[in-house]
Ligand binder design. Structure first.
Ligand SMILES: Nc1ncnc2c1ncn2[C@@H]1O[C@H](COP(=O)(O)OP(=O)(O)OP(=O)(O)O)[C@@H](O)[C@H]1O
Ligand SMILES: [Mg+2]
Length: 394
């Protein structure tokens, strides 16, 4: 993390309604950031009456559950996305480029696209206003957000877009009598009417390119991303492997390759301890989490000093790490320990992926550390040699 990227804030994830309705999205995007609970030292904590203590603990749990770190990766993807949005906003007559965030599970894809969408929403509302007409009838909704469900048809896709805008077609049986073309038109109208410039489509991996419906929806998305004046931003797991983005696909998927050629694809990587730089980045992440925690007996270095252990527990996956720390912090509050240490974390189980790799990784890291120590000793040994000789000469 860079200095600027380390800023943390009380993210607004968590106490949110569905982001796939305009009300839920507006609420998420416009809600002021949480304020961090005051840090009380042990005597102050012990002096709270039971009611205030319960409220203070609840505030701290909510705060911990919603920590958002503007890591280097978050910052990097946001900058690139802002470039794409800016150029799409300016050159409205040419074909728009779309963006996709393709990364393994739980590395923060939804976090990145949602926080980007939130920033974009705020920026556009600040520039243009909350309404688009003098009578204040038409809401300005710069962002539309949908999450792809298990099986999606073209009709389902349009219904989801209409559902975001609470279009009457989704309220009753109206849609049954509406032809697919009309639903498509209505969805396009919503996007235009509310001046939506960014359409976020999360969990795109649920689209199966092995089914006719999946391929049809993918084709439709391509068409929509050309047709609408909005920029499309997709997020999902293994989008390349699934033939949802990138070139080089064969057969039936070759058409898709062309389809998605204009998509700019970004990725997120797990943290690593391989080089000095990546180790520093991991420690910097831990340091920023440490700063965000509100525990009476927390001390500087509480997490950083366990950096290798925390890596072994989480395989450098930010989702697993945040889970572990959140649960650890909750337990530290509940038990009155008010600090996180290895004994406390040892007893907390997290996701299966991280738990399975834990033992193997711990052993490998121990071996690497021993080798590093050995190399250091070997390096230092020749320097000590002349000294020893001098001594014996004397
Ligand atoms: N920058 C961040 N700061 C704080 N927490 C984060 C950050 N990025 C991810 N997380 C945490 O990691 C977890 C997974 O994040 P998220 O849901 O964004 O990942 P994802 O890649 O979309 O996962 P999935 O593949 O399951 O959709 C969440 O609990 C989230 O709070
Ligand atoms: Mg996600």
């Amino acid at each position: 993390m860079t200095a600027t990227a380390g800023v943390f804030e009380g993210a607004t994830m968590g106490r949110q309604r569905s982001l796939s309705t305009y009300e839920g999205w507006k609420d998420f995007a416009e809600r002021p950031p949480r304020s961090r609970p005051e840090h009380l030292i042990r005597v102050q904590l012990d002096a709270l009456d039971p009611e205030r203590r319960a409220r203070y603990d609840a505030d701290r749990r909510a705060w911990h559950a919603n920590i958002l770190l503007r890591t280097r990766q978050v910052h990097g993807v946001h900058t690139q996305l802002a470039d794409i949005l800016d150029s799409n906003l300016q050159d409205s007559d040419r074909v728009k480029s779309a963006a996709a965030l393709d990364a393994p599970p739980a590395l923060g894809k939804s976090t990145v696209v949602n926080t980007f969408g939130r920033d974009f929403h705020r920026q556009r509302v600040a520039e243009i206003g909350e309404h688009l007409d003098a009578d204040q009838d038409i809401l300005h909704l710069p962002v539309c957000h949908i999450t792809v469900p298990g099986r999606l048809t073209i009709k389902g896709l349009h219904m989801m877009i209409l559902g975001f805008y609470a279009h009457p077609a989704t309220a009753g049986i109206l849609h049954r009598s509406m032809a697919g073309r009309d639903l498509a038109r209505a969805a396009a109208d919503c996007i235009e009417r509310h001046d939506t410039r960014l359409v976020i489509i999360d969990d795109l991996h649920f689209l199966s390119m092995r089914t006719r419906d999946g391929v049809e929806v993918a084709n439709q998305l391509k068409w929509l991303s050309n047709e609408y004046s909005a920029t499309f931003l997709f997020a999902g797991v293994a989008l390349r492997e699934r033939g949802l983005v990138g070139e080089g696909a064969v057969g039936r998927e070759a058409a898709m390759a062309q389809t998605f050629r204009r998509w700019t694809v970004f990725s997120l990587d797990p943290y690593s301890l391989r080089t000095k730089h990546t180790r520093e980045e991991w420690c910097s992440l831990l340091w920023h989490i440490e700063q965000a925690l509100v525990l009476a007996d927390a001390r500087d270095g509480m997490l950083v000093d366990m950096s290798r252990y925390l890596f072994a527990r989480t395989t450098g996956n930010i989702g697993s790490l945040m889970d572990l720390i959140r649960r650890g912090a909750s337990r530290a509050i509940r038990t009155g320990q008010e600090a996180i240490d290895r004994t406390l974390l040892d007893d907390i189980r997290i996701d299966e992926g991280a738990e399975t790799e834990r033992g193997e990784l711990e052993a490998r890291l121990d071996k690497q550390e021993a080798a590093r120590r050995e190399r250091r000793r070997a390096k230092e040994a020749p320097k000590q040699q002349p000294h020893a000789e001098e001594k014996s000469a004397a």
